[in-house]
Design a protein around this ligand. Structure first.
Ligand code: FAD
Length: 608
């Protein structure tokens, strides 16, 4: 290569952890031109995040491999102080509160294996991470930003290549021309940049984005081991509250378990307030765990997979983007206690929320203003998460109630917090508030399908071959809006007449937003009739509502009127149209007679 190479790309992703990899997968699936770089020379080998929550399992086409390779947590056990100074089993409850989840459990698998699922999926689409690459400068060209042209190259990022590990890491260079004998430099002109470069984010620091919040006094050791223990609940999630300290047991793939162990600051913190890992190795951490486990035992494991020590910081970035041209995501914009199993899930969900919006803007389908909803939706979520985390971490790290600690944490208090928290951390409860893409007027036409929340799983039958499907499988993250048209009873001539009118109106509206292609390239229309599977003629529906034989479904899988998707979603008998965003969240709904309102919805952010 020449000494100074200048290239261009639509989206540059910096960081290939869970956030960056989800972004890359979604953009690859949407056919967006992008590059993804990482400073590490390979993916994570062991340790780090390991919990995949119900929403993350159900939503991104990852489920099969996660279920095959991971461990499932169905039960949580609680151990509290016993009269003899040890611990005893107090309670067992479901491992996660996730009513209406398709997979109502947590899957645990080490981060490297989760990253491998993404990397394999990317490889199948011909994309890979470029590594090791460390960017050295990032500039946003303000006058390009002011032109509001999504196709203008507003950001310049530079790095040395080929990068030699251990040299020049993170050196900010004042000029970009390589001096004689120095490494050549590549300058990349990008339309958009996504910083997914973790908790110490270089992108965030370069943009001077502050992290608001504080460091807590909670210090935890983590070890991943194949443990020989007589704790009966070592294959359940076990929360141990002992007078000797708190500990959490997380069962993992194979025979592995993870232990989170509360540590004393004096044992591991240096005068400068930083954790000093040289002060306490895994064997010492295990010793602390043994005190909490008593009278149960853990033998020194034959195999130690990974260990670390950390202080919990509870912080959220003050903003998630600069000029909607450079974004930060994942740990780069929120950090919290890992015991909630949220770091990786929140990170994956950040870029899942962002990627389809970038794809729409880059294709010229949506206005740049759509990108503002990334921060408004995901930052609010992070703030809510930190609020929950503060309560939960305090209870978890607090001393259990006992003779000595009359004001300690009671089991009932902890259990209540655990259940409330796990409802939130499952991801199922995420509820985006009103915005240009969330409009809850007419919520009552499908009263239990909540606008701003993800579409819950329900079974329907395909009309043409009576094959059962879960609705979530009809809503893949393929960057298209899905329109669920609940047609009502199509055996009635009057219903078919109304439908024809609705279909004509819909055709005229959707055509406006598909100037460059067919309606089905932007919108996937799925019809669900309340007619019996025995009588439905799928081709009696107007052609727009059956663009392919796979697009017509019936609600009555078992012949029961009050136990089908209409009843479960609270859809009125005369039908409704529900707009589902490309990320699976309900955007708006209307009665079939109010189809023209879809225009008011789409015109707020889509280009005609
Ligand atoms: P990360 O996974 O941190 O990925 C960031 C990526 O960006 C990395 O691949 C990194 O190499 C790359 N990168 C960083 N800077 C640059 C740069 N300047 N240029 C190019 N690339 C760059 N979560 C838990 O739930 N439980 C745990 O016990 C736990 N332990 C952890 C221990 C450690 C040591 C770490 C680092 C994290 C831990 N986490 C844990 C957090 C969890 O790993 C994160 O929440 C999750 O990985 C966040 O995903 P992310 O993609 O935002 O960031």
């Amino acid at each position: 290569p020449s000494a100074l190479a200048e290239t261009s790309v639509d989206v540059l992703i910096i960081g290939a952890g869970p956030a960056g990899l989800m972004c890359a997968n979604s953009l690859a699936r949407a056919g967006v031109n992008f590059r993804i770089i990482d400073q590490r020379s390979s993916k994570v080998a062991a340790g780090q995040a390991d919990g995949v929550m119900p929403r993350t399992i159900e939503s991104y086409g990852l489920a099969q491999r996660l279920l095959d390779e991971g461990n499932q947590i169905h039960m949580a056990a609680f151990y509290n102080p016993s009269a003899d100074g040890g611990i005893k089993l107090t309670d067992r409850v479901p491992g996660i509160t996730a009513e209406n989840a398709r997979y109502p459990f947590e899957v645990t698998l080490h981060q490297g294996a989760i990253e491998a699922i993404f990397l394999d999926s990317m490889r199948s689409m011909g994309v890979q991470v470029e590594r090791p690459i460390v960017p050295v400068s990032l500039e946003i060209t303000e006058d390009v930003v002011e032109r509001s042209d999504p196709n203008a190259y507003a950001v310049r990022v530079a790095w040395e290549f080929p990068f030699t590990p251990n040299t020049g890491l993170m050196t900010i260079r004042s000029h970009l021309d390589p001096a004689p004998g120095q490494a050549p430099i590549e300058i990349v002109n990008a339309k958009f940049v996504v910083g997914a470069d973790g908790a110490h984010s270089w992108v965030r620091k370069t943009l001077n984005i502050s992290m608001d919040g504080e460091q807590t006094e909670y210090i935890w050791g983590v070890i991943d081991v194949i443990a020989d223990t007589d704790l009966p609940d070592f294959r359940n999630k076990a929360a141990i509250h002992s007078i000797n300290g708190s500990c959490m047991v997380i069962p993992r793939e194979g025979d592995k378990i993870r232990l989170y162990i509360q540590l004393e600051g004096k044992d591991v913190i240096n005068a400068d307030g930083r954790v000093d890992k040289s002060k306490m190795g895994p064997e010492k951490i295990l010793e602390v765990a043994r005190r909490s486990f008593y009278p149960y035992t853990i033998k020194t494991p034959k195999e130690l997979d990974w260990w670390t020590i950390y202080i919990i910081g509870q912080r959220v970035a003050s903003r998630y983007s600069v000029s909607e041209r450079v974004f930060i995501s994942g740990d780069a914009c929120h950090t919290h206690s890992p015991k909630a199993g949220q770091g990786m899930n929140a990170s994956i969900n950040d870029t899942h929320n962002l990627a389809w919006k970038l794809a729409y803007v880059l294709r010229g389908w949506a206005d740049l203003s759509l990108l503002k909803t990334y921060e408004s939706e995901r930052r609010q979520y992070a703030l809510d998460l930190i609020n929950f985390d503060k309560k939960f971490a305090k209870l978890f790290s607090g001393k259990p109630i006992s003779k000595e600690y009359k004001n300690g944490v009671s089991h009932e208090e902890f259990l209540r917090a655990f259940q409330t928290f796990s409802g939130f951390s499952s991801g199922i409860g995420i509820h985006y508030t009103e915005s240009s893409i969330v409009n809850s007027t007419y919520q009552d036409v499908a009263s239990k399908l909540i606008v701003g929340k993800r579409v819950p799983p329900e079974m329907v039958l395909r009309a043409t071959d009576s094959r059962p499907f879960n609705i979530q499988d009809l809503l893949p993250s393929d960057a298209r809006f899905k329109l669920l048209v609940f047609t009502g009873d199509t055996s009635r001539a009057s219903t078919l007449a109304t439908l024809q009118q609705s279909a004509d109106d819909l055709q005229s509206i959707l055509t406006r937003y598909c100037a460059a292609g067919s309606i089905t390239s932007v919108f996937d229309i799925i019809s669900i009739s309340s007619e019996s599977k025995a009588t439905i003629l799928y081709n009696a529906l107007p052609p727009l509502l059956r663009s392919h034989w796979t697009k017509v479904y019936v609600a009555n899988i078992n012949g029961l009127q009050d136990d089908n998707v209409y009843a479960r979603y609270g859809v009125a008998a005369d039908g409704a149209v529900v707009v589902v965003r490309p990320d699976g969240y309900v955007g708006m709904m209307r009665p079939l007679q109010k189809i023209e309102d879809l225009n008011s919805y789409f015109q707020l952010f889509m280009e005609c």
